[in-house]
Structure formats: C-alpha cells, structure tokens
Design a binder for this molecule. Structure first.
Ligand SMILES: [Zn+2]
Length: 431
C-alpha cells in the first residue's frame, strides 16, 4: 500500500501535531513516522528490528459533533499510521504498524457515532494491526494526531463526513496506489527431487475475520485452527509427507496470499479448512468437500462459496486488487486437466476418510467458485467440517477425541493419495 510520509511536518518532541489539514485530506493515505525511525520509515510493515510490539490498551469511538467521530487508540508510543478509503461498501482502513491489540480490548464497536456505523480491529499480518471502520455515510480521516501524556501516545483519527463525490475520488486514488504497490506474482515452484510431497493445510479466516459463528459465540476461525493443528500432527505421525500451515495462530491472511503461500512452496495438495453456519437450518449437518467449478453444483454450494469469498472484504481488502495475484481469472479457462482430475480424486479420498470418522453432509461432494481453490497447477480442495448452526456438529467439532480421530483418518487418506496413488494417476493423465 502506498503511503505518504508526513514526517517532515511533525514537531521534534512528538507532542500533539496536526498530521493533515483539511486541504491535505485528499491524501487519505498518510503515514506518521515516529521520531525513532527517521523520516524515511523502515520500508517494512513490522516494527523496527528489536523493537517490541506496541500494545494497544484502549480502543473506542467518541462523538465529535453530528458530522464527525473520533477513533481513539491508546498506545505506548507513536507508530506508523496509514489510512485508506474503500468504496462499495464504504469503509476506511486504518493500518497500525508494529501494533498488537491487548487481550480484553473489545475488537468490535457497533454503536454508531456520526458518519461511523461501527468498526472491527485485529491482527492483520505479522507486526501490523488493522482497524476497519464501516461508514454509515461517506467520510474521510481529516486529521490524524498523537497526543502524548504520561507514557502513552493517544492516537486520534478524526473521521468527518464528506460528499459522495469526494469520497469516491479518494477511494479511486487509494485503489490506484494499492494496485501500483502490488508485487510480482509468485510462480509455483517444483520441489527438490527426493523431497517428501508437501501438503499445505489452510485454516480459514483468522484475526480480524472470525468466519461463521455458533449460538454461544463459537468462532469458525478457532475451530478450523484447532482442527488444522490436529491434522498436521496426524500427518506428521504418518511420517511420509511434509506439512505446512498457512497460519498457526489467530491472524488474518488474504485469500490470494494463502494460495501464493502454497504455490510458492511447490505444494502437492492444498487443503482449506472451514465450518459453515446456516441461519434457520439447524437440522442441516455433516461435512462437505468442495472442488473448484465455474458453475456451482447446487444453490447451497454457491452460497457457501460466496460467504467464504467475502473473507477479504471483511478485513478491508479490495477484492479487485487481490485478484491481481495472477490466479484471479483462472476460472475462465479453468485449471489444467491434470489438476482437475487430482482435485476430484483428492476430494473423493477425503470423503471416504470422513465417512469413517465423522458425519457427512447428505451431498458431500460439491463444487463452486471458491477463490482459495483457483490455483491452476496445484490440486486444491476445501473441506467444510460441519455446521456451527447444528448442535451435534458443534459438539463434535469441540470434542478433542472426535477431532483427533477424524484428523487421523484424513491424514492416512492424504498420505496414501500423495505417496502411492499420485504417480500412477499422473502417468495415466500424461498418456
Ligand atoms: Zn469459512
């Protein structure tokens, strides 16, 4: 993301300063460089080397008159701040470098103030927290100030209503900056000869994006991470595959980044883990395994893909920008034939395994346009482990023994598939 460093304008002592004037507010992407880092910034997202993260101990919204609201973050020191505007739905994304949010600070604010409808906050990537401000009407960050007092640096982002035209213009400029800042796509690489086949486990959601939720606040992001860890352990116990996970803790990763992670490591199989929730359909239960298709196998599969594809939007990413990961338009010409065959066979192997370890959905093999399954050259499947809206599924997903048992049968199935069946199938496909 491009940023405009405003360090030259700040006062040396780091006391209160006006980061941006109303006239400059057209530059909604802005940054404040703290004194210890110098005017050039460190060029990276993380904190400077050796610097501990800045722990945010307070986060709230204050009224600043009918047309304005203030977002207040209590930090131990000043940090780099970037604000950008995203349209449809209208949002402001505030990135705080080197910041983690203290446990106990509510990550959600729904009570609206002025033009702000609510906000969500969470770890966005390593060494960076993000606050997504949902707007009730067009507004921009007119002022970004740090107020220093007694060992704290209080960040105040003043959000003020603007005309729809002004907002749209700003969002367009910010989008152009993001596109310009996009790096080269990562090509799939071949694994060294003799290396164990690599399976990449992708626990869905995380950080600012909780995914689906159950009646008592159970979160998909926690459930799929717990399952991902159990699956990794079980695959490692089998000993014939190498395993990596796209995330091992509660952090947000963009959909395209998950695919890049696996392709850049030469994964033989990518397994994305999810759990669904259906309002008003608490009797629907069981696991489903999805592969990529242009046309969804059924209406429910289409809805599932639409929900999962919203993950980036939840975290304040611009799907158009993310689509430039080089795999965005694969759906048009679809994956290579061999990959398609592998997708099908891997999905069937997973279903046979799940049948022994857990409940299956009445139509377990389905397909839809999941963004996370769009790699043309890497077999990919997505498992919806069950429904958080179904009491039996939810209980099974939280049961350590049930989880371990399902992980073991899947681990065995993936191991057999990648070590024994793959070469035989490959040879046949090449003919
Ligand atoms: Zn999901």
């Amino acid at each position: 993301m491009a940023s405009t460093t405003m360090a030259g304008a700040r006062s040396k002592a780091g006391a209160r300063f006006r980061a941006i004037s109303a006239g400059l507010a057209a530059l909604a992407v802005l940054a404040i460089a703290p004194a210890l880092r110098g005017a050039e910034g460190n060029g990276a997202n993380g904190p400077a080397r050796g610097e501990p993260p800045a722990v945010a101990r307070g986060l709230h919204l204050v009224d600043a008159g009918g047309e304005a609201a203030g977002l207040v973050v209590d930090l131990p020191r000043e940090v780099n701040v970037r604000v950008s505007a995203l349209a449809a739905p209208d949002r402001l994304v505030i990135d705080l470098d080197g910041v983690v949010i203290a446990p106990g600070v509510p990550p959600l604010g729904r009570a609206g103030q002025g033009p702000v409808a609510g906000y969500r906050a969470g770890l966005f990537m390593l060494g960076q927290s993000r606050i997504v401000v949902d707007l009730a009407r067009p507004a921009l960050a007119e002022r970004v100030d740090f107020v220093r007092q007694a060992g704290t640096a209080r960040l105040i982002v003043e959000i003020r209503a603007v005309t729809p035209q002004r907002f749209a213009e700003q969002a367009r400029m910010d989008r152009a900056s993001r596109l310009a800042a996009q790096g080269e796509e990562t090509a799939a690489i071949a694994r060294p000869p003799g290396a164990k086949p690599l399976i990449v486990i992708d626990p869905g959601h995380g950080g600012i994006d909780p995914g689906a939720s159950g009646a008592k606040g159970e979160l998909e992001k926690d459930i799929v991470l717990a399952f991902g860890r159990a699956l990794r352990q079980a695959i490692e116990a089998e000993g014939r595959l190498e395993v990596q996970m796209t995330r091992e803790d509660d952090r947000f990763i963009a959909l395209g980044e998950r695919v890049r992670f696996a392709r850049s490591r030469g994964a033989a199989l990518f397994v994305s883990l999810h759990a669904d929730s259906l309002a008003g359909e608490s009797d629907v239960r069981g696991a489903s395994v999805y592969t990529l298709s242009e046309k969804a196998s059924d209406a429910a599969a289409a809805r599932a893909a639409e929900k999962e594809n919203r993950a980036d939007l939840m975290a304040g990413l611009d799907p158009d920008t993310e689509a430039r990961d080089g795999i965005g338009d694969i759906l048009a010409d679809l994956a290579r034939r061999e990959t398609r065959i592998f997708n099908q066979l891997a999905a069937r192997a997973a279903i046979r395994a799940i049948r022994h370890g857990a409940a299956l959905h009445k139509v377990p093999l389905r397909s839809a346009g999941f963004r996370v399954l769009r790699a043309p050259d890497m077999p990919s499947i997505l498992i919806e482990l069950g429904y958080l809206s179904n009491a039996e599924d939810l209980a099974a997903l939280h049961d350590d023994r049930a989880r371990a048992a399902l992980a073991r049968t899947l681990a065995r199935a993936f191991t057999t598939f990648l070590t024994e069946r793959r070469d035989a199938i490959s040879a046949r496909v090449q003919e």
